[in-house]
Design a protein around this ligand. Structure first.
Ligand SMILES: Cc1cc2nc3c(=O)[nH]c(=O)nc-3n(C[C@H](O)[C@H](O)[C@H](O)COP(=O)(O)O)c2cc1C
Length: 325
């Protein structure tokens, strides 16, 4: 059974563990999170984003998918999206009954459909609305709360000052800053100076995010004044990455090295877990097509195994592909 966490406890975890596993829609469900916890000790791990409307009135199967929590997990930060304080309050009533460590508000999602619903990064241009939503979260959540934003970047947006002001007044317990504008996607260079702007002026601990993948990129975030660094994509296919970096930084004892066949066993466990979560082998195999690219990149698999996964019909047959490594 997971314990509930106070703000102080999460703050201490961030001080001692430094790295947070970030949210990835389509990836950060239970099977991925369990693998991260088996091989690493992040300060906490974020869920996929779930809209408050789904939390309030989604079908039982969709709620089971997004709200499932495993007993093998450490502190879980459940990420929500909304465009209004009323839905936020109603969603809190549901989330308050769950054994999660924190609720995070998504204020960075660049996806058109989400922005059209006036959620995600759209809220950066509406600091007053952002303020009322974070206040609702503060008033109704029994869990600590955080907000995850993007920055002006190199665009003509000029919201950094106003967003900082709204967030400082609303007072979440943590702030995560992804150093790109929503129009800058995921691959342009991060604006470290703008992460520093928030890290040095926010009234709460800031977690720096964007392209963190090794010891020096974690240390670069800490040098900006961040209390921690968030790794999102780099852990997919490499659930031991956070543990390895923490070991190099002397934060935890050295993590055991993992052999190539063991990384394949991780991949198979990941897909098996998805099959159980989704209740359908074909859906899990469809997700395997996307995930194998991450595993291949992180673990230097030959391209033959990527092609073989594409034509595999059953999850049971996946384990035999270990011979191709
Ligand atoms: C496929 C994908 C899905 C993502 N889903 C979410 C999400 O649900 N919530 C969120 O706040 N950020 C999401 N992000 C953004 C990441 O959390 C992170 O901010 C971004 O990838 C930069 O960090 P990284 O370089 O460590 O990956 C997503 C990014 C990608 C590539």
């Amino acid at each position: 059974m997971m314990a509930r966490y106070t703000v102080d406890q999460l703050h201490q975890r961030l001080q001692s563990h430094r790295i947070v596993q970030g949210p990835l829609a389509g990836v950060s469900s239970v099977p991925f999170r369990e693998l991260v916890w088996r091989y690493s000790q992040p300060a906490w791990v974020c869920s996929e984003m779930i809209s408050c409307r789904t939390i309030i009135s989604g079908s039982p199967s969709i709620k089971q998918r997004y709200l499932q929590i495993s007993a093998q997990e450490g502190p879980l930060c459940m990420q929500i999206a909304t465009d209004n304080p009323e839905d936020c309050a109603k969603a809190c009533a549901v989330l308050n009954a769950l054994d999660i460590a924190m609720i995070d508000l998504n204020v960075g999602c660049p996806v058109k459909k989400i922005r059209q619903r006036q959620q995600g990064s759209y809220l950066l241009s509406q600091p007053d609305r952002l303020y009322t939503i974070v206040r609702a979260l503060r008033a109704h959540s029994l869990h600590p709360i955080s907000v995850k934003i993007r920055v002006d970047g190199s665009t003509n947006d000029r919201f950094n000052e106003d967003v900082l002001d709204a967030i400082n007044r609303a007072g979440p317990d943590f702030l995560t800053v992804h150093g790109r504008n929503y129009q800058e996607g995921y691959d342009t260079t991060c604006h470290h100076d703008q992460i520093a702007f928030f890290a040095q002026r926010a009234h709460m601990p800031v977690i720096g995010n964007g392209d963190v993948h090794d010891q020096s990129s974690v240390e670069a975030m800490l040098a900006l004044g961040c209390a921690g660094a968030m790794i999102a994509r780099a852990s997919v296919g490499a659930p031991r990455l956070i543990g390895n970096i923490q070991a190099r930084m002397g934060l935890i004892c050295a993590a055991d090295s993992v052999s190539m066949p063991e990384t394949w066993a991780m991949f198979c466990a990941h897909i098996n877990g998805l099959s159980q979560l989704l209740g359908r082998e074909d859906l899990a195999l469809a997700q395997a097509q996307g995930l194998i690219k991450y595993y291949a990149k992180r673990n230097q698999y030959p391209s033959s195994i990527v092609n073989a996964v594409r034509s595999t019909q059953t999850i049971a047959a996946l384990s035999d592909l270990v011979s191709l490594l």
